[in-house]
Ligand binder design. Structure first.
Ligand SMILES: [Zn+2]
Ligand SMILES: [Zn+2]
Length: 390
């Protein structure tokens, strides 16, 4: 068997050889952003590269047309490292979370590993994971992949996410759920017969007021943020239907369910005050809090350092979001690295971050990430210096 350093040198050389194609693909995906579960062209482009690199690709796994699995078949099937490829975009903003880079970095790692497959004492899979962003209903492609058994033969999972600093965090992410409150009232002429109307929009406005008052009494880590998706049709008609949506986040699923209940109570109060009928709907499954595995994180950390990224493991001003990778990390050893494409003056989910996801630093992030992911897979498969099941 080749030495570990030799394997790493070969995968890095392979990633360098694919670098221009990976960057072109990332830019093409960036220019034609697709929302969750509709990443058809995106998945097509990523899979085309994997096939070109000689990897067998299964499309439409776990009953999701855009989910895919490419397998780097080593000498034996297990252990198996999964490299996760997110690929969805945000409505109105495009790739303002940089998932074009996550997808292509994962593919790049798979292409690198393909060149050393015969020397690997285990296997790797590149998993195309749809709909990470909660902007679409029933988001959380990784949760569906988990339920369908796509991680059943996986021993560790790794991914990168573009960010504003190089960080392999050992912190958890926030657990999150999605709630929709629909208020059903009664239409009436807003001037001639307002007493005959039931104002559904008032139900929504009371909900926001209640939640804003509630914030003072929530745990410090809780986040509640919402939008009005329907607020009526015309000012001269009492709105008979109004809808708002919230994302509720908290420090773990126990705290989350308590906060979600209080938020729902605000909607119930809005229904009572307005007279409108309330329909509550969960728009996404719960995204569990991330449980980073120390050994996997350490391997990612070390390999990002090897490609010249002075990674940190914590940040004094660490902001936490949520991810369906949290659900994966609850059942198998997992870690995610943030790799910088902009400085911390640039907000993720902003037009500036979308621009950064196609700018020059992103090209370096893509190549560095693909190499670090592939080298981490090698470390985990060869069990050196630590095994993922620590
Ligand atoms: Zn995002
Ligand atoms: Zn993201």
């Amino acid at each position: 068997m080749s030495g570990i350093d030799d394997l790493k040198a070969r995968v890095c050389a392979a990633v360098d050889a694919w670098a221009e194609r990976l960057w072109d693909t990332s830019l093409t995906i960036h220019q034609a952003p697709e929302l969750g579960y509709a990443e058809y062209r995106t998945a097509e482009r990523l899979c085309a590269l994997l096939v070109e690199g000689g990897l067998p690709v299964e499309r439409g796994i776990a009953e999701m047309p855009t989910a895919f699995r490419a397998t780097v078949a080593g000498q034996v099937e297990r252990p198996c490292v999964a490299i996760l490829a997110e690929m969805d975009a945000l409505p109105g903003l495009g790739h303002a979370c940089g998932h074009n880079l996550i997808g292509t970095a994962a593919v790049g790692a798979g292409l690198g590993l393909a060149t050393v497959a015969a020397d690997l004492p285990g296997s790797a899979v590149v998993l195309g994971c749809p709909a990470e962003e909660s902007a679409v209903d029933d988001s959380g492609g990784k949760i569906r992949l988990l339920r369908a058994g796509a991680f059943a033969a996986v021993d560790a999972a790794i991914m990168v996410h573009p960010g504003t600093l190089d960080l392999v965090s050992m912190s958890t992410s926030l657990a999150a759920c999605g709630l929709e409150f629909e208020f059903i009232g009664q239409a009436a002429h807003a001037a001639l017969a307002p007493d005959q109307g039931i104002n559904a929009l008032d139900g929504v406005l009371h909900t926001f007021s209640g939640i804003n008052a509630l914030r003072q009494h929530l745990p410090p880590s809780a986040r509640v943020h919402g939008i009005i998706t329907h607020g009526g049709t015309s000012p001269n008609i009492v709105p008979d239907r109004a809808v708002c949506r919230f994302r509720v986040r908290a420090n773990g699923h126990v705290e989350l369910s308590a906060v979600a209940e209080k938020v729902t109570n605000c909607a119930r109060a809005g229904a009572l005050a307005s007279g409108a009928r309330l329909v509550v709907r969960e728009t996404t499954p719960v995204y569990a809090e991330m449980r980073p595995n120390a050994a996997v994180a350490e391997a990612l950390f070390r390999n990002l350092a090897a490609v010249g990224r002075p990674v940190c493991t914590s940040s004094p001003d660490e902001r936490r979001g949520s991810t369906d990778f949290g659900n994966v990390s609850q059942v198998i050893p997992a870690a995610c690295a943030s790799v910088a494409i902009a400085d911390d003056t640039v907000a993720i989910h902003s037009p500036a971050f979308a621009a950064a996801a196609a700018a020059e630093p992103a090209r370096r992030m893509l190549v560095d990430s693909a190499k670090a992911l592939a080298m981490t897979a090698i470390d985990l498969l060869l069990g050196s210096p630590k095994t993922p099941r620590a």
